[in-house]
Design a protein around this ligand. Structure first.
Ligand SMILES: Cc1cc2nc3c(=O)[nH]c(=O)nc-3n(C[C@H](O)[C@H](O)[C@H](O)COP(=O)(O)OP(=O)(O)OC[C@H]3O[C@@H](n4cnc5c(N)ncnc54)[C@H](O)[C@@H]3O)c2cc1C
Length: 288
């Protein structure tokens, strides 16, 4: 996928990426793939591969490209955007899921380093990633305003890969716990100002929703195509069940709902590319 330019699609070529915008990231390589949607098409076949790609692009490359220093981009973004390395986004904790402000992972300054301690949960690409976009409290008394973002390498001593979750779906994408036990992170791996981590995480997740929505769209499209195919194969009362109106109604609803979802995804991506607000657009979903 790296060789095909799928792992850093919105990152400028200068930093190893494909230099596309969000809509092209969803629509991807229009010229060469004949108007096919990259993430949708990939997720149609394997949604696990879709989520691996989506996290690397939307949650890791996006943040480093937007807030990283040139040194951080050279060292981390280039290999991530070209697919040589893989990234993961570490926000959730056992007691901090929807309420991301309840984080307990700490980062304490010690000379030229920050020392990180804590646990991150449900991390996509957790065991396979090389680099973590990691949130930790540099100033716990300030609450969410005391959260900062660090670039943590898996190879740093004290990074402990925990249990891989035994999930119901997207099982080809690993989701696991990451333990941080006295991990010394060089101060140059702090992203932006201390205390800006929560803002970075929330903004990153807004864009991440567009990628995950495109993944869901791929799954819905593949499901619809499978349903149409089966309804033409399966016969009852000497004719394919596709000829029965009860089945046609179901297929028609699936087609319309998938199309509505597609338009919601495109609109959110377009708003993002045009620099408009897209929080609401990225969060909206079609209700089946
Ligand atoms: C497959 C998978 C991959 C993931 N990958 C990552 C990753 O890469 N990085 C990462 O940091 N995290 C990741 N997560 C974690 C994910 O972000 C959290 O699961 C999510 O934030 C929800 O947190 P929680 O599971 O602790 O649920 P809780 O916060 O305990 O919420 C449980 C339920 O409570 C209800 N609820 C909670 N808050 C509200 C509210 N304000 N209004 C109404 N209802 C509410 C909802 O029904 C919600 O579903 C992943 C999770 C999964 C399942």
């Amino acid at each position: 996928m790296g060789e095909l330019g799928f792992m850093g699609m919105m990152v400028p070529p200068q930093w190893g990426g494909s230099g596309m915008d969000t809509l092209s990231y969803v629509l991807a390589l229009l010229d060469t793939l004949s108007y096919v949607l990259a993430l949708e098409e990939i997720s149609k076949v394997d949604a696990s591969v879709g989520v691996i790609m989506s996290v690397n692009n939307s949650l890791v490359c996006f943040g480093i490209n937007k807030w990283g220093t040139d040194e951080q981009k050279e060292k981390y973004l280039k290999p991530l955007a070209s697919g040589e390395k893989l990234g993961a986004f570490c926000l959730s904790e056992p007691e901090a899921g929807s309420d991301a402000t309840a984080q307990k992972t700490t980062a304490v300054k010690d000379g030229d380093y920050f020392v990180l301690n804590g646990i991150k949960n449900w991390i996509t690409n957790g065991s396979t990633a090389d680099v973590y976009f990691m949130q930790a409290m540099t100033n716990p008394e300030l609450g969410y305003k005391g959260i900062s973002t660090f670039l943590v390498e898996k190879s740093f001593p004290g990074v402990e890969i925990g249990i891989k979750e035994d999930k119901l779906g997207i099982r080809g994408s690993d989701t696991c716990t990451i333990g941080l036990n006295e991990v010394r992170v060089p101060k140059e791996n702090l992203m932006g100002e201390e205390g800006s981590g929560f803002k970075f995480a929330m903004e990153t997740l807004n864009g991440g929703r567009i990628g995950i929505a495109a993944q869901a769209l791929g799954i819905a499209t593949a499901s619809f195509e499978a349903a149409v195919k089966y309804s033409k194969q399966r016969k009852a009362f000497d004719k394919p069940i596709a000829d029965l109106q009860a089945i046609q109604f179901k297929l028609a609803d699936m087609a319309v709902n998938t199309d509505a979802a597609r338009l919601l995804v495109y609109r959110a991506a377009k708003c993002k590319d045009e620099g408009k607000k897209y929080i609401k657009e990225a969060a909206r979903k079609e209700i089946y």
